[in-house]
Ligand binder design. Structure first.
Ligand SMILES: [Fe+2]
Length: 488
């Protein structure tokens, strides 16, 4: 049976391109050692690589309306003693449990509209698929979604323990984003959420809520920044003392989704004449210290951010090509992934002066990562994935290592018909330089419909050190997290 026939809800009826099968679902949950390895797993590579992403894009033969709507499935690869243990498990969210039980899509989503029009969708809440990111902080393994509350998981078994409300700091109407940043020097996890803040005379009011979670995993302080409209803010930058928000040139209607006459993706538009709104918050008192405008752009993911004197240095992927927005809206029929250049902005907190440079000479890409231990502090290297020309369709088929000091870059090509999402840097035991380590990523091989966990040498990313060859595929995911803790 073809992979398309196994996944009737996810077929692209037009002309499927090989990477499209990387979105097909994985129903089975595995747990066990994987001894089918190409190369040799470094004996010193010790810890657990968690990754989150939608486990399936269909339920009961019907496809979810957007990549963001599939139920979250965690994969965990534990490295110890030169071996690798793999397990995957769906998060038992309310959405997953109820939809699986009835074998039917029951919840609305970012791009998923239920049958029945207004009557079928009016005031129906959005689902929480918990499918976007995962982190281990404060002795808690939490899976996050863009606009809801995290789910708490058992790190050894991946069993779902329940919703994490952080002792009441969150509630069912108060969200936390998927892009919290952990400052490993202080142990604090800084996160945010976009929420409805009330009803004013001109309509709904919105708030950007900031959370400071202490090393014990408790919300130590919060603050709310009032907003005039619902923003598109998926990620942010965090330095030792500041948080940087850049609200993209995106408008998101709320009336249609609330009334149930439209899905959010239907009323989300890129506005090429809408400036980016910048907001800087001082984390010491959680107050806004500066707002500013930047030229219109789509900004989804940030790289690292840090302070140099009075300046905040913040890296992010900045797109001005509407094609990137179109790609986000519908990956199932996507013919070619574009990517955008990494850029570095310097914002003087005292004077407001802003300078920037864009690394146009390097391949455009997405999903930036860096040595996470350096989050909030100066770092030299950024790693991101990119679609490069290797003779096969343009999806993320390589990882780019960019040296911000010299502007030099290197490309690690995963090979023809082999595609990935995010690549995470893990320092080598006894590392001698910032880039002395490994790049870990899930690589989907469209020719075999199987996935490998590939370990590249971060010093020379064109060099593969090892690949853990799974007997099955893992659907494309979003974000991962590495901890040196061994959880099996
Ligand atoms: Fe993201």
């Amino acid at each position: 049976m073809s992979v398309a026939a196994e996944n009737p809800g996810t077929e692209n009826p037009a002309q499927p391109i090989d990477f499209h099968s990387g979105f097909y679902g994985l129903d089975q949950e595995y747990s066990g050692w994987v001894d089918d390895v190409r190369g040799r797993i470094p004996p010193g590579l010790t810890g657990t690589f968690f990754r989150n992403g939608p486990g399936t894009m269909e339920m009961g033969g019907r496809r979810y309306g957007h990549w963001f709507d599939g139920p979250g499935m965690i994969s965990a690869v534990t490295f110890t003693g030169g071996r690798a243990h793999f397990k995957n498990r769906y998060i038992r969210t309310t959405k997953y449990v109820e939809e699986k039980k009835s074998n039917k899509i029951l919840f609305r989503g970012f791009g998923t509209h239920l049958d029945g029009g207004f009557r079928g969708n009016f005031l129906r809440p959005l689902s929480n698929p918990a499918n976007t990111s995962i982190n281990w902080h404060g002795d808690k393994l939490c899976a996050f979604y863009e606009a809801s509350q995290p789910y708490l998981l058992d790190p050894a078994t991946l069993e779902t323990r329940g919703v994490e409300f952080y002792d009441g700091a969150l509630n069912t109407m108060k969200n936390m984003s998927a892009h919290g940043k952990i400052n490993y020097r202080t142990g604090h996890h800084i996160n945010f959420g976009v929420n409805v803040a009330g009803l004013g005379i001109t309509g709904l009011k919105f708030g950007l809520d900031l959370y400071d979670i202490d090393p014990q995993g408790r919300v130590a302080s919060t603050s709310r920044i009032p907003l005039k409209s619902f923003p598109f803010v998926h990620d942010f930058g965090v330095t030792e003392n500041y948080a940087v928000f850049l609200l993209s040139s995106i408008t998101m209607g709320v009336t249609g989704p609330i009334l149930g006459t439209a899905a959010i993706s239907d009323v989300t538009e890129y506005r090429m004449n809408k400036p980016v709104t910048g907001i800087i918050v001082d984390l010491r008192d959680m107050k806004v210290v500066r707002t500013f405008e930047l030229p219109p752009a789509l900004i989804v993911h940030f790289g690292n951010s840090y302070e140099q004197g009075d300046e905040i240095v913040t890296d992010f992927i900045r797109s001005t090509d509407p094609g990137n927005f179109a790609a986000i809206k519908d990956v199932f029929t996507l013919e070619r992934m574009l990517g955008a250049p990494l850029c570095r902005y310097r914002i003087n907190v005292k004077t407001g002066e802003i300078t920037h440079e864009e690394y146009f000479h390097a391949p455009p890409g997405e999903f930036p990562s860096w040595d996470m231990q350096k989050t909030c502090y100066p770092s030299r290297y950024t790693y991101y994935v990119a679609p490069v020309d290797n003779g096969t369709p343009y999806f993320y088929n390589s990882v780019v290592k960019l040296d911000a000091e010299t502007g030099d870059f290197k490309v690690g090509d995963y090979g023809q018909h082999r595609y990935t999402s995010e690549a995470l840097f893990v320092p080598r035991d006894g590392a001698k330089s910032e880039d002395d380590g490994y790049l870990l990523s899930f690589v989907y091989d469209a020719t075999s419909h199987r996935t490998e966990i590939v370990i590249l040498d971060a010093l020379e990313p064109e060099t593969e050190i090892a690949a853990v060859k799974l007997s099955h595929h893992v659907p494309f995911g979003f974000h991962g997290h590495f901890t040196d803790r061994v959880f099996i």
